[in-house]
Design a protein around this ligand. Structure first.
Ligand code: NAD
Length: 472
């Protein structure tokens, strides 16, 4: 047997074992789901140091940062699920229309079955665990494939999960393109992918073979518009923190920053002040700034930096894969930094004069994951959030929309499809099944032929709900 065949066979066995387990109903009881979630919570809590040590080896992410942005969200999701699961799994009763008289209608939430979660490297724990938690809460089995780029974190997650959960319920399958390709050959009941738009297309093509539903959490260039009349000091502070959070390696990171020309100088001055305030005089020593994850990504960011346009930062060290928080001013549409998602510690400042013109440009760009607007005119900002396509939007702050568990998070168009977090995550891994129970006491004679013209008003009004709506 060739190596590829062997991988395929082992994936097939793994998926089959999870399918058997699911079909036996082990994952469905509410009690079992809650036990799984509680166990995962305790495991993460008890192994924080081990997880932090592994991620530090990958890209020098500090212990505090690991807890703050890798583990706090999984903890939060588990707590949220434990509190709400009973309500979410309860049947939802609905009105029944006259044609179905006399009946009771309800929708029930059915787990989908065997699910596959594929994670990226930039938050190797959080972006793997949060969808997996949703899937487990919804009563599914999970095969989790973390990114091979953060190999130490991937191995840490695999040892933690695989040593403590039955393989048939929750299993971490490590590997790169080869293993993922073999996994994608299998029939899953749901695939949840977080990563690049290019690989998202590969995943969706593979899923189409089995008509497997997908949620795709992809990337994009998130625009920020800074308008005159905003609280500029606070805007600069929030933008600086958000742009360089996780060293800019976040899907929700501000990408191009459009600032009105009348406040450009002031904004720059504030950003200059804020970088040392937030990350210290020597940002290289800051525990809040991990390193670039690989030489490839280091070189990618370096190739976007135009030294002539650098106004803050620009220092780098290839031996340490370090790039200082860097700001480029006077960026033009044709510049390298405008051609792809930045995904690193580089801020591109672009001045604009005419907001309407800028909005027209943004309307026809590939849809980003997020849109950020800083303004004193909230009514105008709300209008813009409807006009400019994006997965989500924030007014007067950046990034933190991601951590609100009571609102769905997801992209649109090139930045993805479907959403998750909290209830949206539970829904992403559940089938909404409508069940109508008919009572045997009444039978609508008009449904049977012959169809007399006398019935027409009935079909037009009662069956089509009410004609009155047309004239409202
Ligand atoms: P990636 O697409 O390169 O990799 C993601 C996953 O896909 C990894 O597990 C990898 O092993 C697998 N993969 C890679 N190539 C594959 C192939 N040819 N066939 C099958 N599987 C393959 O993405 P990345 O570099 O890990 O992450 C960065 C991207 O992810 C950025 O574009 C970022 O915006 C996006 N992202 C999106 C979100 C979100 O929530 N929307 C969150 C984080 C990152």
């Amino acid at each position: 047997m060739t190596v590829i065949n062997a991988i395929f066979e082992s994936m097939k066995e793994l998926v089959q074992s999870q399918r058997d387990y699911f079909l036996k109903g082990h994952t469905k009881p509410l009690k079992a789901r809650k036990e799984t979630l509680r166990k995962l919570y305790r495991l993460l809590l008890d192994n924080e140091q081990m997880l932090a040590d592994a991620i530090y080896k990958d890209f020098k992410k500090s212990f505090m940062l690991t807890i703050e942005n890798e583990l706090s969200l999984p903890y939060g999701e588990i707590n949220h699920m434990l509190r709400k699961l009973k309500r979410w799994t309860a049947p939802k009763y609905a009105k029944t229309n006259l044609v179905n008289f006399l009946a009771a209608s309800r929708t029930i939430q059915i787990p989908m079955g065997v699910t596959l979660v594929i994670g990226p490297w930039n938050y190797p724990y959080m972006l793997a665990l949060v969808p997996a938690i949703s899937a487990l809460a919804a009563g599914n089995t999970v095969i989790l494939k973390p990114s091979e780029v953060t190999a130490n974190s991937s191995a840490a997650l695999a040892s933690l999960i695989n040593e403590n959960f039955p393989k048939e319920l929750f299993y971490v399958q490590e590997g790169g393109i080869e293993e993922t390709t073999e996994l994608l050959e299998q029939k899953f009941d749901k695939i949840f992918f977080t990563g690049s738009t290019e690989v998202g297309k590969i995943v969706m093509r593979a899923a189409a073979e089995h008509l497997t539903p997908v949620t795709l959490e992809l990337g994009g260039k998130n625009p920020v518009i800074i308008m005159p009349g905003c609280n500029l000091k606070l805007a600069a502070k929030r933008l600086t923190w958000g742009k360089f959070h996780n060293n800019g390696m976040a899907c929700v990171s501000p990408d191009q920053v459009y600032v009105h020309e009348s406040i450009r100088e002031l904004l720059l001055e504030e950003i200059r002040k804020n970088i040392p305030k937030i990350f210290g005089e020597d940002p290289r020593q800051s525990p809040a700034l991990p390193r670039m994850v690989s030489e490839k990504h280091f070189k990618r960011i370096m190739s976007m930096i135009d030294p002539e346009k650098v106004v803050v930062g620009g220092e780098s060290d290839p031996d340490e894969l370090y790039i200082a928080p860097t700001v480029m001013d006077g960026v033009q549409p044709g510049d390298a930094v405008m051609k792809e998602e930045i995904f690193g510690p580089l801020m591109a400042l672009i001045s604009y004069r005419d907001l309407d013109q800028l909005v027209e440009t943004l309307k026809v760009q590939p849809s980003p994951l997020m849109l950020y607007l800083f303004t004193g005119n909230v009514r105008k900002a709300k209008r813009l959030t409807r006009e400019i396509p994006s997965g989500g939007a924030m007014i007067n702050d950046v990034i933190l929309q991601f951590v609100n568990m009571d609102t769905p998070f997801g992209g649109v168009g090139e930045s993805g499809m479907g959403s998750y977090h909290g209830k949206a995550g539970f829904d992403a891994f559940s089938q909404q099944k409508t069940v109508i129970r008919k009572f045997n006491v009444f039978e609508l004679f008009m449904k049977y032929p012959p169809y007399y013209t006398l019935y027409l008003p009935f079909y037009r009004t009662v069956l089509g709900k009410s004609i009155r709506n047309l004239f409202r």
